[in-house]
Design a protein around this ligand. Structure first.
Ligand SMILES: [Cu+2]
Length: 352
């Protein structure tokens, strides 16, 4: 409220000032006076330019440093570090050019402010100068683009075969994750097969789906592993955004999009880095997809391979499966084992 009142007062003061200047101008016109700009006026304006520049630079530096607290923490994936570095290189270049050009702009206004008896030098064209100020920015921009493209091609290159395949399935308004299991193959799916018991429409006749697991609520990933996300959507376009991995990909109904990621920092380590014991990685939807879009988020836990294995063992299969088959060799060789021991062993085999 106070802010609004301050704003109104400032606006009214500006309007009043502007009207006053207009009245003074009219009075001068009536008296038929000519405005005379003295050398002193010019010097004052020149110095005002310099002060404006100094205050502007100081404000810019202060607010840039102050805004750092709103930025994301360090990138938590391999390619994220590359894209961050590329962004910083761009910023560095822009900031250097900004300071040089703005300094010259204000400095020359002060240095060459008009003095009595001084005439401006007529300097219509210089082809050499124009050539260089065209060629240099063009070469710099071209090299930035080529380098950026090279980075992007590397980031989106085919994932290595050993990468763990995961489906990230978006719908209004939540995320479901399907892990491909021991065979590292996701069973084929189709929206026509969606039922209450089969929310992802996974083909039950596809044998590669026997070990697929379905997860809601939170997604776990082993740290320093290779992960290939396959993105799907049931209804409209969503966008799977992992801000801390610097990863974003559209989830488009009827097609598969993908992104290969290598998370490098566990949740626990990131809590230490950010000095925030409540820090959690998150998957967000980054397309305005409807009324509950803001709520379309999933907690992501990055942890050691051992913790991941423990968590994974407790997750549900997509299709309820009959009791896991007893491993024949072990069962035949060791007849002294109790039935429970064999069953427990077979469970360990099945979850590997
Ligand atoms: Cu969405």
């Amino acid at each position: 409220m106070i802010n609004l009142l301050t704003l109104i007062v400032v606006i009214l003061a500006l309007v009043a000032g502007w009207r006053l200047i207009r009245v003074l101008e009219l009075v001068r016109d009536l008296r038929d006076e000519q405005e005379i700009i003295t050398d002193q006026d010019n010097r004052f304006n020149g110095r005002a330019f310099m002060w404006f520049m100094i205050l502007g630079f100081a404000g810019m530096i202060y607010f840039t440093i102050d805004a750092k607290k709103y930025l994301l923490p360090v990138a938590a994936s391999k390619h994220g570090v590359l894209t961050d570095n590329y962004l910083y290189q761009n910023f560095a270049l822009i900031i250097i050019v900004f300071f040089i050009t703005q300094f010259l702009l204000f400095y020359y206004s002060w240095k060459y402010s008009h003095k009595k008896g001084q005439r401006a030098y007529f300097y219509p064209v210089d082809h050499k100068l124009e050539f260089w100020w065209t060629v240099i920015p063009a070469v710099v921009l071209m090299s930035l683009i080529v380098y950026g493209l090279k980075l992007w091609i590397g980031i989106t290159a085919p994932a290595p075969a050993e990468a763990m395949v995961l489906e990230v399935y978006g719908k209004q308004f939540d995320w479901t994750v399907r892990y491909s299991g021991e065979d590292n193959k996701l069973a084929h799916s189709n929206y026509k097969m969606i039922t209450d018991n089969n929310p992802l429409g996974v083909d039950s006749t596809d044998v590669t789906g026997k070990d697929d697991k379905i997860v809601t609520g939170e997604m776990h990933l082993p740290v320093n592993s290779k992960i290939l996300f396959k993105f799907h959507s049931r209804d409209i376009i969503h966008s799977a955004y992992f801000p801390h991995f610097r990863t974003q990909m559209n989830c488009v109904p009827g097609m598969t999009t993908q992104f290969f990621v290598e998370p490098t920092i566990s949740t626990d380590s990131m809590r230490l880095i950010t000095n925030n014991p409540n820090f959690d990685y998150v998957l967000l939807c980054n397309k305005i997809c409807g009324v509950a879009h803001y709520n379309m988020r999933l907690k992501v836990v990055v942890e050691s391979q051992e913790s991941f294995n423990k968590w994974y063992a407790t997750q549900q299969y997509v299709f309820a499966r009959p009791e896991a088959p007893v491993a024949p060799a072990a069962a035949v060789a060791d007849t002294t084992k109790t039935a429970e021991a064999v069953q427990a062993e077979s469970k360990v085999v099945a979850t590997k």
